[in-house]
Design a protein around this ligand. Structure first.
Ligand code: ACO
Length: 402
């Protein structure tokens, strides 16, 4: 084929890198991943230490501001977030416009995008104070929006936030509580949700974060940018993988069936893949998967659930880790392998899994968005392309075609 660029004398160079496998789109000081070693650091702190020792508010502050907060900074931040958990009453009407069986991610895209029409005092992206207010609003309102999407789908009344509770405790109450009855937050479940939120808080330039940055690079308001991130996360290759992993484990059913599925995963004529295995960046054990596995054990024990799905997952992991195919291709469990088991045990329907991911990732999205806007080298994101279409030709009237 003739290279059309030569016709125009275009001798400029650019790289062709589909999927951005080796192209950095930005510089960032937020999250570091060493995929070969299985290392994930937020602002330098290892993810397992954060998941073990910190609160979600601390991690949110860390991602946004670059340092862990002092006690007074943490108190002030927690107070600020709790002040923003309510939704404008007129926004409630939005939920009622959706069909009862709407996917929660569809509702979240719509409602989060609509926030820009309600909070005009935080859409001027040139003002750092307004950017921070928008960030606080998004972190604070996402649990309320996700819980309301759930309540709407099951036909129960919306629960207003209880700001005396922790971030995760408040979310659990808004999701599973009902106005007529007291709701006791189970500390083991609260702790499991805390870990799940921390493990999902950021993961550098993944597809949805890159979407938020690209949308934001044009100067779009933060609420619109986060709505774009939610839309991207919804895809089954990204936020939807934990749902697929749970469905696969249910299909396998019991440990005796595992060898058949391992054989299928290795068969190049079979499109089947082990869901929850493999990662674009990690060529080692995803450090988040280990914490997820421990959390799954804890939650099922606390709830006194004996779920054959967890037995299957444990056994599948052991068999795959010793299998030559998986060793050679460096395929290890990723964060999604155990998370579906936990969320299912807590009582979330599978449609809510990605919504919870979006809730937790919001802090990463706003931190990355703020970093991008503050970067003096930031330009509008405008990838080039390798054109492979027709060369220049003359227009023919419709009667002279074909
Ligand atoms: N099961 C079986 N084989 C696999 C798997 C798997 N889960 N994952 C990769 N492979 C094989 C591929 O067939 C390919 O083999 P080949 O070299 O013989 O062609 C090789 O390993 C490399 O795989 P790619 O798809 O080229 O690797 P890529 O980095 O593009 O894909 C991905 C990563 C999409 C995550 C892939 O491992 C996969 O599909 N995993 C299952 C889905 C999943 O768990 N996604 C969640 C990711 S984590 C997240 O988004 C939060």
């Amino acid at each position: 084929a003739v290279d059309i660029r030569k016709l125009y004398g275009d001798t400029g160079m650019f790289t062709y890198d589909p999927g951005f496998t080796s192209t950095a789109s930005c510089q960032s000081a937020i999250t570091y991943i060493d995929g070969e070693k299985g290392v994930l650091l937020h602002r330098g702190y290892p993810i397992d230490q954060l998941a073990e020792k910190s609160t979600f508010m601390e991690v949110s502050y860390l991602l946004l501001h670059g340092e862990l907060p002092t006690q007074s900074e943490l108190d002030a931040f927690t107070y600020t977030i709790s002040r923003h958990t309510m939704l404008h009453e007129q926004l409630m009407i939005f939920f009622r416009g959706f069909r009862r069986d709407a996917h929660p991610m569809a509702i979240m895209c719509g409602v989060v995008g609509a926030l820009s029409a309600f909070y005009h005092d935080s859409t001027d992206i040139t003002d750092p104070d307004q950017r921070m207010i928008a960030s606080h609003r998004l972190i604070a309102k996402m649990p309320t929006i996700a819980a309301m999407a759930y309540k709407y789908s099951v036909g129960q009344p919306f629960m207003y936030p209880d700001n005396q509770l922790s971030y995760t405790g408040n979310f659990l109450r808004m999701t599973f509580g009902v106005p007529a009855e007291p709701y006791e937050v189970n500390p083991v479940i609260e702790n499991a949700m805390r870990r799940i939120f921390i493990l999902h808080a950021d993961h550098e330039q993944n597809a949805s974060t890159s979407t938020v940055r690209l949308a934001g690079s044009s100067g779009a308001n933060p609420f619109a940018c986060i709505a774009a991130g939610i839309a991207c996360l919804w895809g089954p290759a990204h936020g939807g993988a934990n749902e697929a992993a749970l469905n696969m484990l249910r299909e396998i059913g019991k440990p005796e069936n595992i060898p058949h599925y391992i054989d299928r995963a290795k068969d190049k004529d079979d499109p089947f893949r082990l869901m929850g295995f493999g990662h674009r960046v990690y060529k080692n054990y995803d450090p988040r998967a280990k914490v997820m596995q421990e959390t799954a054990e804890e939650v099922l024990k606390e709830l006194n659930i004996s779920d054959p799905v967890l037995d299957t997952a444990r056994e599948l992991e052991q068999i795959a880790l010793k299998d030559e195919y998986f060793i050679e291709k460096k395929l290890y469990p990723n964060v999604d392998f155990y998370s579906g088991v936990i969320l299912n045990a807590i009582g979330f329907p599978t449609e809510m899994f990605t919504a919870l991911f979006a809730l937790a990732r919001t802090v990463g999205w706003v931190a990355q968005w703020n970093e991008m806007i503050s970067d003096p080298e930031q330009k509008i994101g405008r990838p080039r392309q390798l054109y492979v279409g027709a060369t220049q030709r003359d227009y023919a009237p419709v009667g002279q075609r074909g």
